[in-house]
Design a protein around this ligand. Structure first.
Ligand SMILES: [Fe+2]
Length: 330
């Protein structure tokens, strides 16, 4: 008699198989998705290990008092609106259930790096590419790449605020303006040089606002940048240390300023409100159209070929056949 392979002998205790874990740089699920070229993925929630949940719990619990002290009031309202569970890694579908009705934004799981144009275009569509891995327990304080704590606990509460969401989506629109602008440049060399400069300007603006921005509130300063809001050490340093330079946001300073990602930021920029931020994004786009972003100061961040190609692919839509604009990558 043939026995079905999945029948277990009666009376044997089932030993639960520990989840493989979705730990940053150690997640086979993510590696496999990348190997298949899949950018957008599902969040395989059952794969989070107890260690992953413990890391989320530790990060969330210790941030609570710092958020109360240093985060802007829109962020604090956002954390409450999202009903994030301090004990367990969030499910993106739960987050979106609370987030989408507020501003139309939704978190969308990705397998890793998203080329610049694709990333900005997602923002335009009110989608936020979201990392689903959790940092290892030995790296609670600093991780060079984003993880789910940075993305969901640092960024997404801001997306519940209509004014902030509008500024972010408006910023995403600027990527199309950039693609349109470089489509009109005839020489391939000049086009690449100008595109590199424009992406650098956009990346720097994003860094000094969305990632590390400060805002005036109640006669003092509060953080709205997600790099600050997801960092236990840097959030306090950014607002309390006398060694940090804090200046009103000026586009010409932000777009010409290099930054290093592996240390606390020595220079931060302040906006008055998210309406002010929105107007600055408008201004950034106007500068882009006027050619004022064409030659920003060289330096960080480095713009990759994948970033350039992502913009050129869209520029080709404005210019005509793709092969007239795309660099030869063969
Ligand atoms: Fe970020």
């Amino acid at each position: 008699m043939k026995m079905a392979a999945n029948l277990r002998p009666a009376g044997r205790l089932e030993v639960p198989v520990p989840a493989a874990g979705l730990t940053t740089s150690r997640a086979p699920f993510i590696e496999q998705a990348r190997a298949r070229g899949e950018l957008y993925i599902e969040q395989p929630y059952e794969q989070y290990s107890e260690e992953n949940h413990q890391v989320w719990r530790s990060l969330f619990q210790r941030m609570g008092p710092r958020w109360e002290r240093y985060a802007n009031r829109h962020f604090l309202a956002g954390v409450r609106a999202l009903c994030l569970n301090p004990e367990r890694v969030p499910r993106l579908e739960d987050v979106n259930r609370f987030l989408s009705p507020l501003t139309g934004f939704r978190a969308r799981a990705v397998s890793g790096y998203v080329p610049a144009f694709v990333f900005f275009d997602c923002l335009r569509n009110r989608e936020f590419p979201t990392t689903i891995t959790v940092r290892p327990p030995a790296q609670l304080d600093y991780l060079p790449e984003p993880d789910i704590f940075h993305d969901i606990a640092g960024h997404v509460p801001m997306h519940t605020d209509p004014q902030f969401a509008a500024a972010l989506a408006r910023f995403g629109e600027c990527a199309h303006t950039a693609a349109e602008r470089v489509a009109g440049i005839a020489g391939a060399h000049e086009r690449l040089q100008i595109l590199t400069s424009i992406i650098q300007a956009m990346a720097r603006f994003f860094w000094f606002t969305i990632e590390f921005g400060l805002m005036r509130e109640g006669g003092g300063l509060r953080a709205y940048g997600s790099g600050l809001l997801s960092s236990f050490g840097e959030l306090e340093h950014a607002l309390a240390s006398p060694s940090v330079q804090r200046y009103p946001l000026r586009i010409e300073w932000a777009i010409n300023q290099s930054f290093a990602i592996d240390r606390y930021q020595p220079l931060l920029f302040i906006v008055d409100s998210f309406d002010h931020l929105f107007r600055q994004v408008d201004e950034l786009e106007a500068w882009m159209r006027q050619g004022k972003l064409d030659h920003v100061a060289p330096g960080e961040p480095e713009i990759s070929e994948a970033d350039l190609a992502s913009f050129l692919r869209n520029a080709a839509v404005h210019a005509g056949p793709a092969d007239t604009l795309l660099p030869n990558t063969h």
